[in-house]
Design a protein around this ligand. Structure first.
Ligand code: EPZ
Length: 462
């Protein structure tokens, strides 16, 4: 059965994973295209009225929601498995007033404010709001757009932005971000490509997804230098062309697989994966006692039976990625010794601690610092991931638990991991995806995206 049909059928039911513990893995795991790159590349396609073709796009619910948002404002999208062709030669009225429900369903879509303001000279977009891991402010996005010559106001839960110049065109500026923000760097980078004059970004985020974005924009005719460093220079141009671009491999999925190898003490080979994107994790896994070999875009890992606890502190790239903090904590529950895990990027990204404790893990949580006393066998039980990466952590912990676990919260997992259970099963895991009848509730609950599986829209042919 096709993926979308299967998920549509599930949408009225509560899907969950049944995971048999104490299974070894072996062989090879394929890494999909990067969700956090594909999403911003889709937004960047709004900067041109020509066709932008994206290859290696992962099939995920976040991608489906972004496609629905772009279609709602006038984009024509043709999708065939991992290839997206997007043409936005005319934007409709919604483009200057983006659909509330879709922006709220996918807060990452807020970066569309950059390309739409650059292309239209004005845009109204709902405040994306916070999520389970934090308040997710957008002050850096707003300050940056104001510096480029836009009037930006917040009016009743909307951000209204207008280019001040009579030609409704943004002007280059020197902008220093107060904090390293991936999204704000992406928003301003895209807006600056069509501005009049040169923009210099200081204290820019350095994540690989920003390098992927700059690579594609330059292929479209932009003039960007320094992406991947903290200083990026953009010389504005009048027009951007379409292009064909391949999304980079997902470094967070690749890192999750490396941790799956370590937690099950199994040898694994994963590809495609770019070792430079995973340096901080690789160093920590090696400190822990794993043997890792990188050759081109293939990474092989062997984990000794006895691994040691190591401390991690998350930080912006090239530091240890916050998106791998939860999976890494699952690993630390199985190794000898006590590890200190500090989350410094998001203020509420420790929800997996409670679930791991319910599995018998010994974890002391003080604010955003967890002390994990490893070496105890976690026991199988019914657990729920509260966000995308904590859900992945629950799956990894279940792989080594005594007994068969039930992992709920798949609406989060399906946002960021393509065929996660199938890929693990192909390496020897025993995971079945099933569902229980949804409990009819008497009261109407206002469901947000996190609680509701967005129905897959039928793919309209562009
Ligand atoms: C991106 O989110 C990723 N999402 C996140 O991945 C990732 O965890 C995060 O970067 C950090 O690497 C996508 O790319 C779609 P930020 P983003 O702006 O851009 C503060 C996942 O699991 N901040 O770099 O929203 C903010 O509060 C997701 O795949 C401001 O203060 O993250 C946070 O503390 C989760 N003001 C810090 O910066 C702003 O205007 C980093 O946020 C913007 C951000």
């Amino acid at each position: 059965m096709q993926r979308k049909e299967a998920l549509k059928e599930e949408s009225n039911l509560l899907p969950f994973l049944k995971i048999e513990g104490k299974r070894k893995l072996s062989g090879y795991m394929k890494v999909s295209g990067a969700k956090n790159s594909a999403l911003v590349l889709m937004a960047a396609s709004l900067l041109t009225n020509e066709v932008v073709g994206l290859r290696n796009v992962p099939q995920l619910t976040d991608i489906d929601v972004m496609s629905r948002l772009l279609r709602a404002i006038g984009s024509k999208i043709r999708q065939s498995s991992n290839i997206l062709k997007i043409k936005t030669n005319k934007l409709n009225d919604s483009s200057s007033n983006l659909p509330y429900d879709l922006v709220h369903a996918l807060r990452a879509s807020f970066v569309c404010i950059g390309p739409l303001l650059a292309r239209l000279g004005e845009v109204k977009i709902p405040l994306p709001g916070g999520c389970r891991i934090g308040a997710r402010p957008i002050d850096e996005h707003i300050q940056g757009l104001r510096a480029l010559g836009a009037r930006v106001e917040i009016e009743n839960d909307y951000v209204v932005a207008k280019a001040i110049s009579p030609q409704k065109r943004l002007n280059g500026a020197r902008i220093t971000f107060n904090c390293k923000s991936v999204g704000a760097t992406e928003t301003i980078l895209m807006a600056a490509t069509l501005a009049q004059g040169t923009t210099i970004l200081e204290n820019a985020a350095q994540e690989p997804e920003i390098q992927d974005l700059a690579k594609m924009l330059n292929k479209m005719g932009a003039k960007i230098q320094g992406a991947g460093t903290s200083q990026i220079t953009i010389e504005g141009v009048d027009y951007l062309n379409g292009c064909l671009f391949t999304v980079m491999p997902d470094r967070i999925e690749a890192g999750t697989f490396l941790i799956a190898s370590a937690i099950t003490r199994s040898p694994l080979t994963i590809s495609p994966a770019i070792p430079e994107h995973l340096e901080a994790l690789i160093i920590k896994l090696q400190e822990c006692g794993c043997l890792i070999e990188c050759s081109g875009e293939t990474i092989s890992i062997i984990s000794r039976k006895s691994l040691q606890a190591v401390d991690i502190t998350t930080s912006p790239f090239p530091g240890f990625p916050t998106d791998l903090q939860a999976p890494f904590m699952a690993l630390m529950t199985t190794v000898k010794g006590t590890s200190k895990i500090e989350e410094t990027v998001f203020e509420n990204r420790m929800q997996h601690v409670r679930e791991l404790q319910r599995m018998g893990a010994k974890i002391l949580l003080e604010g955003n610092t967890a002390f994990v006393v490893g070496g105890n066998n976690v026991k199988a039980t019914s657990i729920r991931g509260g966000d995308l990466r904590s859900c992945a952590a629950m799956v990894l912990a279940s792989l080594v638990a005594n007994g068969t676990s039930v992992v709920k919260g798949l609406e989060h997992l399906d946002r960021g991991y393509e065929d996660f259970a199938e890929k693990l099963n192909s390496a020897g895991a025993s995971i079945t995806r099933t569902h229980s009848q949804v409990q009819k509730t008497s009261h109407r609950t206002t469901k947000t995206y996190e609680d509701t599986q967005i129905l897959y829209s039928d793919t309209e042919v562009a």
